[in-house]
Design a protein around this ligand. Structure first.
Ligand code: MN
Length: 198
């Protein structure tokens, strides 16, 4: 056992079907994320980051340590934000107000977020983040990058690495991204926004 462990999914392995199949989750969580955890644990000794938190490693390290730590942080945020049967299909409260203020409407936000996910060249992640004032922004981050490296608080993310969708959608990344909205647990995203503003 290493310092970091594979997160447990907060839902059943088939809970996100048909948007994300059981088979995709078995590979994405059980193989890809597990490999990043094993890789990071193997690289920690002698790295100087043995006592650091995951976020500290993502903000301060480089090379293989950074790539594996970044992918662990990214995937934990990604898998935690889903739910098989979400209680609501859109955010409410302060997050909803901020989305309307900063993007015009929830529909306009979704359109921009999906577009930035669809047009990210190669592997990476599209993020909704908040700055310390609570202002929202959408960024494209390549490979294993995370908005915490820019001093932002990540709220919501779509993984656009092909391993996230290829078994279910093959080359149709935009179709995968538009399907993801139906399994977002907005209560998780709202909680992240609440913490970002504290
Ligand atoms: Mn992934």
């Amino acid at each position: 056992m290493g310092k970091f462990t594979l997160m447990a999914l907060p839902y059943a392995i088939d809970a996100l079907e048909p948007v994300i199949s059981k088979q995709t989750l078995e590979f994405h969580h059980g193989k890809h994320l597990a490999a990043y955890v094993n890789n990071l644990n193997g690289l920690l000794e002698g790295s100087g980051f043995e006592e650091s938190t995951l976020e500290e490693i993502v903000c301060q390290s480089a090379g293989g340590v950074l790539n594996n730590a970044g992918q662990i942080l990214n995937h934990e945020l990604y898998f935690e934000q889903f739910c098989g049967k979400p209680a609501k299909t859109a955010p409410t409260g302060p997050l909803a107000e901020a989305i309307t203020r900063d993007f015009g409407s929830f529909e306009a936000f979704k359109e921009e977020f999906q577009k930035k996910g669809a047009t990210l060249f190669g592997s990476g992640w599209v993020w909704l983040s908040a700055d310390r004032a609570g202002t929202l922004c959408i960024t494209q981050e390549p490979n294993a990058a995370n908005p915490v490296q820019k001093g932002l608080t990540p709220l919501l993310t779509f993984d656009v690495w092909e391993h996230a969708y290829y078994l279910d959608f093959q080359n149709r990344r935009p179709d995968h991204l538009s399907a993801l909205w139906s399994i977002i647990d907005w209560e998780v995203v709202e909680l992240r926004y609440g913490k970002a503003r504290m």
